[in-house]
Design a protein around this ligand. Structure first.
Ligand SMILES: C[S@@+](CC[C@H](N)C(=O)[O-])C[C@H]1O[C@@H](n2cnc3c(N)ncnc32)[C@H](O)[C@@H]1O
Length: 313
């Protein structure tokens, strides 16, 4: 049976209107998760429109598969990470005799289901193994990373990926616990962070768990590769829609797309363009944010920033 509580998608209307230009085109949702956005996209497509639904997490693909079953052959599923998108998705797009994807959607981060499932190790509210891998068939679980990492590297990781000012104290507490053989679960990690007596415990926990999750899943590298691959995979007029939930993600999207939107690479001191580089993308709007009503109904929407780009040449 479908589980409607799997994950509440954010800014659904903004996603469908920003993404869909040609209802008969081939679309790619690279973060299908629980299939909420995917379902809205499929509802907006015409009879020959198609959605390629991707995720690196097999559990997400299973869940989305159940939810999207009523759409039959209009949707196909593919387990792949952003870093293998270019090789994995291009043949599927060609199978539909399309010159490229009409739209690509990425709703970044983890789903509520991944967070709520204690055994995945993403949640500091529940006790579970320190895993945090989106795809448990590859990579190293967080517990292994924490067993091996030098304290100075952990400080940097928490500071860079969690933007946590007290990274030094927290990393020290984590390493002490580890050296005492007391670090294997999310509760152990929570205890280590709490022992540094942060003023806002939940905020520090959120930042530390985010930092580890980003490191374990190589999220920022993945995102950077995603932006490059999408620019290639899109057809002319195709749309790229990205929803970011923290400034590290949003910055990557914005800075990687900026030169494609600007085109010209001449130094600013030149009075006129001599490079002749044309913009290859148009930014369709500034970053959009959720309405107050949506944030009240779905607090995850509070930090969402949605950017839309259209391929010009
Ligand atoms: C916020 S959820 C998407 C929720 C989805 N939009 C919905 O409506 O249910 C993000 C999903 O992206 C997947 N994901 C995150 N990074 C990924 C990557 N680098 N490659 C592939 N999938 C990724 C996660 O496994 C997760 O299922």
């Amino acid at each position: 049976m479908d589980d409607p509580t799997f994950h509440v998608p954010v800014m659904v209307d903004e996603v469908t209107s920003g993404l869909i230009n040609d209802p008969e085109g081939v679309y790619v949702d690279v973060t299908i998760g629980g299939g909420g956005h995917g379902e809205a996209v499929l509802r907006a497509l015409g009879e020959s429109g198609h959605l390629i639904a991707c995720d690196r997490d097999p559990a997400a693909l299973n869940e989305a598969g159940r939810r999207l079953r009523p759409f039959g052959g209009q949707v196909s599923f593919l387990q792949c990470a952003f870093s293998s998108l270019a090789q994995s998705v291009a043949p599927h797009v060609r199978r539909h005799e399309a010159a490229g994807a009409a739209g690509i959607l990425a709703d970044l981060g983890v789903s509520s289901h991944q967070i709520d499932e204690a055994s995945r190790g993403f949640s500091y509210h529940q006790d579970g193994p320190l895993d945090m891998r989106m795809d448990r068939s590859t990579g190293v679980p967080a517990v292994d990373l924490l067993q091996q990492i030098e304290q100075a590297a952990l400080v940097k990781l928490i500071r860079d990926y969690g933007e946590e000012r007290r990274a030094k104290q927290i990393a020290g507490a984590i390493c002490r616990r580890r050296d005492e053989g007391l670090l294997s679960s999310t509760s152990d990690l929570r205890e280590a962070v709490a022992s540094t007596k942060p003023r806002m415990l939940n905020k520090s926990l959120a930042r530390v768990f985010q930092a580890l999750r980003i490191a374990i899943n190589g999220e920022l590298d993945e995102l950077s590769q995603f932006v490059d691959s999408s620019a290639e995979l899109l057809a002319l007029g195709g749309r790229l829609v990205v929803i970011a939930y923290h400034s590290l993600e949003d910055r990557i999207v914005k800075t990687q797309m900026a030169p494609l939107v600007k085109g010209c690479v001449c130094p600013p001191r030149l009075p006129a363009c001599v490079c002749g580089h044309e913009p290859t993308f148009k930014a369709r709007s500034k970053a959009l944010t959720a309405t107050k009503a949506e944030i009240e109904a779905n607090p995850r929407a509070r930090s969402a920033k949605l950017r839309i780009y259209e391929k010009l040449i």
